[in-house]
Each structure stands twice: as C-alpha cells, then as structure tokens.
Design a protein around this ligand. Structure first.
Ligand code: PLP
Length: 471
C-alpha cells in the first residue's frame, strides 16, 4: 500500500496508454435483448412516485438526527450555493485559470492550521478513515526515515476507539494493541505507560473520546509518547467538541485528521463524498502528500516539492466541492462563531443528558462534550432505536462504543434548539416508560413506518442486493 501511494504516476500512464487502444466487443446473440420492458407512465405519475419515495426518506432537512459520532448537524444551503459556482472547473486546467479555486484551498489549509495549531495540512484524503490511513503512512515514513521502522511495529489505541482507527493502523502494516479504559471512561495511564516502549510507533486517540468524555491526562499521555520516541495521533472527526476552546496542538498531538463532512457542516451519509484533511507538526511536514497549495505573494500554485513526501493518496487534489462548502462555513462563522458552535454542541449534549438520565442508565457520571452514551433500563438498545422511528425521529448510534453494552450514543449537535431537544427528550422518556409497561410495543416496533421490523439475521445471511423487474 505504502509503495503504491508513492508510485501512482507510472501506473497512471500505463492506464492512459491502454485506453488509447481501440475497443471492439462482439456480443453473442443469446446475450442480446429483443425488447425492453419500460414502464409506460406519464410525467405526473413518475413525479408523484418519486416525491412519495423522497418523503419516506429521512435526513437533517426533515428532523433532528442524533446519530452519535456522526455529527449530523444542519448543512446551511448557502454552502451548496457557493460550491455550485465552481462546478464547471476541470482538474486538468492550467493553474493560471483556477486561481480562485486554489485560493480557497490555500485559505482552507491556513484556517485549519489555525483551528488545530498544526504547521501544515494536506487536503487530499477523501474521508476520515482515509485521513487516518494517510496519517499512519506518515507515521511509517517518519520512523523509516529515522531508521526505526523495523522495531516500531506497534500502534496503541484505547478500547473506546472508533472502529476505523484499528483498521487504518492495521492497513498501514502496524500491529494494533488495545489499551483499557479506567472506571471514569478514560485511558488507563498505568496500562498505557506499561505498553509504551521503543516498539511503539504511535498512540491513536480521539479527545473527547467516543463516550464524549474529555481525556484530562492528555498532556501526560503526550509526554509518555514523546519520551519513548513515539508519535501522538489525533482523530479529529468531531472537532465541534473542542474547536475554538482548545486544539490538538495545545494538547501535544503530532498528527491530526479532521472530517470536514462532520465538523464543518458538509452533507454526508449514504456513502459520501467526504473530506479528511490531515495536519502535522514539526519534522512531519516534510512527509506530507503532494501537491500542497502554496502562495508566492502573487499567485497560488501546486507545490510538488516536499522533501520526503509519501506521494499522492488521492487522484487530483481531493474532493474539492466539499472543501468549498467547509471553507464557506468557516468564513461565515468566523473564529467566534466556531467557538460558539462548540459551546452550543456541548451545552445541547449535556442538557439532553440531564433531561433523560433518570430514565436511562448513565455508565459514567461526569460532564460530557458533544455526545454522551446511555443504556436503556428495561429494553435492548435496538428496540429503543426501532421505537423512535414510530415518532418520526432518527435513532442514535447503537451498540457503540463497544465498552458499553446496549449503548445508545447520542449527539444532538449544535444546530438543534431547546424546542427540538425537549421534543426528543420527551419521546425518549415515553419510550423508557413503555419499556416498563408494555415491552412488546418496543420489541415489535416500528409500527408506523413503510417497512416494519426487518429480519437482521436473514438480511445478513441472504442479502438481496439488487432490484430486478420480475414481471
Ligand atoms: C466518523 C468518524 C471516523 C471515520 O470517518 P469517515 O469519514 O466515516 O471515514 C473516524 N473517527 C471518528 C471518531 C468518527 O466519528
């Protein structure tokens, strides 16, 4: 994988060469269709059909979306409008003809540097997990340069880590070692210290962690890593927990990825597109992917001259449309606005937690940041999630983080007001009461949706992955 990232130019040329050959395909008669079964419908019938389907769908434009860790905040339409202005650009255009686009990328890099206190950024990675993988390639390249990659084979992670973290570390060729959490839901410092030595490449952590709890010992954690020559990696997918208040740089991190499609209000879900920029500090700037957008005082340009670059990690320059939307969001809010977004995200999460905590178990007692985790008292997490659908509300994240059994992970986000939070709390409280009085109601939910309870086991064993006209 690492080698591939470095050598994608020759590969690209090879593919281009093949495309130039003429392609002719002989289709055997038995594979040819003699007629096509196209529905004979009028326009209004098609419009009504698709409008009805769209009404059966759910999104942040319809109602609150408390999907923990996914940060499903409202995406202002202004961002879409501005992104549209750039939709006619082509990635092969001359630099002199796309100065505005390059300026946006440059300014975004600069703003992200300020928000995170990192020294430099790449905007290439196409998602959070892709950012993590890029970060892990940087960890590799750094230790390789120092002549220590042979021995530094281990990446440490807390047991509360987001699932993509261990996957990214493993894909970059590292062994993954899990560090247990203590009774407060934070990294067990003694266990971390015992596991860290000159075989450690990096510690990967998100702060606040997936329980929404801030790791208070983060400066001590940074000290332990750096004393041992290891790097500290920050999973900054949900930066609305801290931005404007503190930063990965202040906390002592060396590498950070951000999810523009969560923190900076660009639409996501349904598979993309996303953007997972990676920021680094100190010596690590010499390893970033190329190109990086630079400004020489007169013009913006793509800089391919990075001393020990790991190469490209994405075709062209990343998901540009997503960058424009995030840029527009940051510009519109400004520093104070971003800080207020954080304050409100944390306030909303704690308000909701306080309203429902008498009716659900709260595994850890302290203040939360942008999200919190509860357990139902008399029901399964899945049944509560399904029953929520009957009230027209999207379910929270369930069964994650893994260290809390029957977890409901709730992230209201900053874009909800007190009215929608209260409405959601009332529904959660009613469901808790139903679980006690009439558990069947939950077990058989949802009752009001177009599709009733699906058979999860059957769906996994015999998946139907495509639609076919069976007439
Ligand atoms: C969403 C998320 C990721 C992964 O981001 P993708 O864009 O879905 O790949 C990683 N870490 C945390 C904490 C997340 O919430």
């Amino acid at each position: 994988m690492y080698q591939q990232a470095k050598y994608d130019e020759p590969l690209l040329n090879e593919i281009k060469g093949e495309e130039e050959k003429e392609i002719s395909v002989d289709v055997p008669d038995k594979l040819k269709r003699s007629s096509l079964n196209i529905p004979n419908l009028e326009e209004w019938q098609v419009v009504r059909h698709y409008t009805r389907l769209s009404q059966m769908n759910y999104g942040v434009d319809i109602n609150t979306y408390p999907l923990g860790s996914c940060t499903m905040k409202y995406n202002p339409k202004l961002n879409e409008e501005i992104a549209k202005w750039f939709s006619y650009l082509h990635p092969y255009q001359e630099e002199s003809t796309v100065q505005g686009a390059l300026q946006i990328m440059y300014e975004l890099q600069e703003m992200l540097k300020k928000i995170t206190d990192m020294d430099d950024f790449t905007l290439q990675p196409a998602a959070g997990a892709h950012g993590e993988f890029t970060g892990m390639l940087l960890v590799r390249a750094y230790h390789e340069y120092k002549g220590e990659l042979e021995k530094r084979r281990n990446v440490l992670l807390p047991d509360s880590a987001h699932g993509t973290n261990p996957a990214s570390a493993a894909m970059a060729g590292f062994n993954v070692i899990e560090i247990p959490s203590n009774e407060k839901g934070m990294v067990d410092l003694e266990a971390l210290e015992a596991a860290t030595d000159d075989t450690t490449a990096a510690f990967m952590i998100t702060n606040p962690n997936t329980l929404g709890i801030f790791e208070e010992e983060i400066l001590e954690i940074a000290k332990i890593m750096h004393k041992n020559g290891a790097l500290l990696y920050y999973d900054g997918a949900n930066l609305n927990a801290i931005m404007g208040i503190t930063s990965p740089g202040i906390m002592g991190f060396d590498i950070v990825h951000l999810n523009l499609h969560k923190t900076f209000s660009t639409p996501h879900g349904g598979g993309g597109p996303g953007s997972g920029p990676v920021g680094v500090r100190g010596e690590l700037v010499d390893f970033l992917p190329v190109p990086i957008v630079r400004y020489d005082g007169e013009k913006y340009y793509l800089d391919y001259d990075v001393k020990h670059t790991i190469g490209k990690v994405r075709s062209f320059y990343g998901n540009f449309g997503v960058m424009v939307k995030a840029w527009a969001y940051i510009k519109r809010l400004g520093g104070e606005g971003l800080k207020n977004a954080t304050i409100r995200a944390v306030l909303n999460s704690n308000y909701l937690k306080e309203r429902i905590k008498g009716y659900y178990e709260l595994p850890h007692k302290d203040l939360r940041k942008h999200e919190f985790v509860v357990k139902p008292k008399n029901a399964r997490a899945l049944d509560v999630a399904k029953r929520l659908l009957d009230f027209g509300v999207h379910a929270p994240t369930v069964y994650f983080p893994l260290i809390v059994h029957e977890a409901l992970m709730i992230e209201p986000t900053e874009s909800e007001n007190k009215e929608t939070l209260d409405k959601f709390a009332d529904i959660m409280i009613q469901i808790a009461k139903e679980a006690e009085e009439n558990p069947k109601l939950l077990e058989e939910a949802p009752h009001n949706t177009a599709i009733k309870r699906v058979d999860d086991v059957l769906a996994a064993r015999k998946p139907v992955l495509s639609w076919k006209d069976k007439r």
